[in-house]
Design a protein around this ligand. Sequence first.
Ligand code: NDP
Ligand code: ZN
Length: 356
Amino acid sequence: MIAIIVRRGNSHPELAEVPDPIPEAGEALLRTLRVGIDGTDHEVIQGNHGGYPEGDDYQILGHEAVAIVEDPNGTDLEEGELVVPTVRRPPDGTNDYFKQGEPDMASDGHYVERGIVGAHGYMSEFFTSSPEFLVSVPDSFAEYGFLVEPISNSEKAFEHAFASRSAFEWDPESALVLGNGPLGLLTLAMLETPSSPFERNYCLGRRDRPDPTIEIIERLGSTYVDSRETSVNMMPDAHEAVDLVYEATGYAKHAFETVDALMPNGVGALLGIPSNWEFEVDGGRLHREIVLKNKALFGSVNSNVRQFEAAKTRLAEFPNWFFDEFVTGVYAPREAEAAFKTGDDIIKTVVEFDTQ
Ligand code: NDP
Ligand code: ZN
């Protein structure tokens, strides 16, 4: 079968012929429809993140997929059923994190991640998986079901944010998303769905108009904040202090500036993955601010099946125009190089292996 891979020692994606996967007992065979590309894939290609599956000199890329059951192979799945796979798998045998259904809470070494670290991803015509790592989705998800995975990462962050505020009456109304990359924009769309309690939402970027991400921000009904004019800690003066900050820039100063953008009793979720960067902060003032104003700050990575289920419901609430504006390119596998291009007019790209 064909697959999009990165070879050891290389730092570019390529189309290759690889062996067909053979499902083991208890595993189904899946036919891939679409696989989304995100910043993590670029990190994997550059060799900054993840690692090759043991014994292989290449890695099949991709962790945001939607697929169809080709052969249930004795599992409870039905042929033709549409599914979205989760990302983490137990390294060898299982462990408590997986038994509890909380692989997202496992620390390094207690998991592999398909397409990222130690396991092949989904950018191939077929892949295999145990059903416990597959979330069934409706047929209407064939085109955009690959967005369930990234949305589930934010579902987890929201769940943890609300849980951290659950000891008192918290009625959040305003949120600030840091970053207008794919994760930031998806999260903003989540905050703007009809069922969201957030009434006023802001999204921070550093782009000039006209820009397709600013157009999406405003069409969603949110306010664009330019960090070159209004830094994160200036939010209370420039707009308002917010109940929730969701950081998706990977810009390390934002983790600390978040504290000042929050209302008393507010919470900041950090999702960005920065490289090392030393800078000065007034740690005493920030520490005091967190304590005396009951603020919380937490980090969040990955997601579990429950959060994939929540993401399904959320995705179904997105307006149709959003998908057209957000997904800026659909590529055939032979166009792998183009699919991985980046630029200000490129938001989210996807490789299409097959249609339903
Ligand atoms: P991108 O890098 O595509 O997006 C980051 C965005 O932040 C860009 O649009 C960038 O603007 C903007 N940005 C960066 N610095 C600033 C700044 N100082 N002021 C204003 N805007 C800024 O990444 P993604 O959207 O894919 O992901 C966001 C982060 O989350 C990444 O760090 C990624 O690694 C991480 N991540 C974490 C996950 C988790 O589970 N914790 C899951 C997935 C991703 P511009 O484009 O103009 O440069
Ligand atoms: Zn990802």
